[in-house]
Design a protein around this ligand. Structure first.
Ligand SMILES: Nc1ncnc2c1ncn2[C@@H]1O[C@H](COP(=O)(O)OP(=O)(O)OP(=O)(O)O)[C@@H](O)[C@H]1O
Ligand SMILES: [Mg+2]
Length: 196
């Protein structure tokens, strides 16, 4: 018997690159289908509490990693297991490698193994990388910046994402383009994959 498994579409990129903007648009376009919109960390009551902790204080990167992975496994239990629709995910396993690995220096191979353990069969089917200069992305966030949001740090995260994109065949999009241009790019890819 086939195990029920969702089709997982992931939106990755640095802070302010436009992920949430586009994922909400795509969610609206897919609303008639069996689709869930989730974000990491978060998407469950416990996950949202972990998100608040992670965003509000400067924790050491190992502790960050375990809290993020805990949010991840709990979300998978609550939302992905037994679901065979489409899941739109605002950040997923590559954020951990880019931020805690390339950004904070935790061993990349260890993080990959940890992610594999956490997600098991729930691997992404499509990954969009929103690529943009940190300066331009941060300029968009006219709110108080959280602990991850400074230019030098996000330069490392960006380079990490680009390395991952080559390794795992992400769709890289130029996130400095207009919202409409980016939506067109994403929908054309999703059409190729027969999501629409
Ligand atoms: N293509 C775009 N051009 C200009 N501004 C944009 C574009 N896309 C999004 N924005 C604006 O930039 C800001 C950040 O966008 P958004 O919240 O979608 O980024 P994000 O990647 O989800 O950031 P975070 O990782 O911090 O959640 C918002 O004010 C949004 O309206
Ligand atoms: Mg967002």
């Amino acid at each position: 018997m086939d195990i029920k498994k969702p089709y997982i579409i992931v939106f990755e990129g640095i802070d302010g690159s436009g992920k949430s903007t586009q994922i909400n648009i795509v969610y609206e376009l897919l609303k008639e289908k069996n689709v869930k919109l989730l974000r990491e960390p978060g998407s469950t009551e416990i996950g949202d509490r972990l998100r608040d902790i992670l965003k509000s204080q400067k924790l050491d990167p190992k502790t960050q990693t375990f809290l993020i992975e805990a949010s991840r496994t709990h979300m998978i239990e609550k939302h992905l297991k037994g679901f065979d629709g489409i899941v739109l995910l605002d950040r997923y396993i590559y954020s951990t490698i880019a931020y805690q690995g390339y950004g904070f220096g935790i061993d990349i191979n260890f993080l990959k193994a940890l992610n594999d353990f956490a997600v098991d069969i729930y691997k992404p089917d499509i990954v969009f990388l929103f690529d943009i200069e940190p300066r331009a992305a941060l300029a968009r966030l006219n709110r108080e910046k959280d602990v991850f949001e400074n230019i030098e740090f996000l330069e490392k995260v960006r380079e990490g994402y680009l390395a991952l994109a080559r390794e795992y065949n992400f769709y890289i999009l130029d996130a400095s383009k207009t919202k409409d241009e980016i939506t067109d790019f994403i929908t054309s890819i999703l059409r190729q994959h027969r999501i629409f």
